[in-house]
Design a protein around this ligand. Structure first.
Ligand code: 1GP
Length: 245
């Protein structure tokens, strides 16, 4: 039997108007298997793993541990080119199209390409867009780029359109980890109307309402990290809410 790719699953769900939920595990903070067990029980669709910085432990070991605990697909959401391991199922190959840092648009990809090719990972080319969210985020600081202003939906819309025209397969609007304000529903709507490829929304989603609002505005997949570290009950609550929209 031919195994379906993760990307084709995302497309199928998008076609059916079903919403997807991914938790994000920061390998630096990953301590117990409790989160993974809760995710499995709640029917979480994906587990993303990544972080702007890894200060303790090994990225590869964290991914291997998570893979042993669950059959939920594990997708690398890399904070930098060092976060690549064949132990995961897929990787968001991020091009930071909201910024003008050449290394994050194409340079780091050139360096990582041979390693990615031999990794066997499913590669999902992703137009990654940082959106301003009240205070400077780790992603904006580490990438040395300016996020798109929160009230400039036109810029976000045109950037996403250009990303799709360049052949990227996903667009990810990110307010940044632990953002004070998540992406506005107005910006999500405008971007959604202008592209056909699936739209990922993340950053600062810390309630069922914020998750469902993002989905109703047009998100196909939402990503939640910080909030589930603080309150693990949100895993089930958000999963139930968005899967029943
Ligand atoms: C960050 O979009 C992700 O890159 C998730 O953000 O940790 O704020 O949920 P949170």
């Amino acid at each position: 039997m031919i195994q379906k790719t993760i990307y084709s699953l995302i497309l199928e769900r998008q076609k059916r108007g079903e919403k997807l939920f991914s938790i994000l595990i920061d390998p630096d903070k990953f301590e117990s298997d409790k989160t993974i067990k809760l995710a499995e029980k709640a029917g979480v669709d994906f587990i993303m793993v990544g972080g702007s910085l890894i200060t303790n432990g090994s990225f590869e070991d964290s991914v291997a541990t998570i893979k042993k605990l669950t059959s939920i697909p594990v997708i690398i959401f890399p904070g930098n080119g060092m976060q690549i391991t064949s132990k995961a199922d897929a990787i968001l190959l991020l091009s930071l199209i909201s910024g003008r840092n050449a290394n994050l648009l194409i340079g780091d990809h050139v360096i990582a390409a041979p390693h990615l090719k031999s990794s066997g990972l499913e590669i999902m080319p992703t137009g990654y867009m940082l959106i301003e969210s009240g205070k400077q985020t780790a992603a904006s600081y580490m990438s040395n780029t300016l996020p798109i202003p929160a009230d400039k939906s036109d810029i976000a819309m045109c950037t996403a359109m250009a990303g799709e025209m360049l052949g990227l397969k996903l667009i990810y609007l990110d307010a940044g980890s632990g953002a004070e304000k998540c992406i506005s529903t107005e910006m999500i709507k405008r971007v959604k109307e202008s592209i056909r490829i699936p739209l990922i929304i993340g950053g600062g989603i810390n309630s069922v309402k914020k998750a469902t609002d993002a989905c109703k505005a047009g998100a196909d997949l939402i990503v939640v990290g910080n909030a589930i570290e603080k309150d693990s009950r949100l895993i089930k609550n958000i999963a139930d809410a968005i899967h029943n929209l």
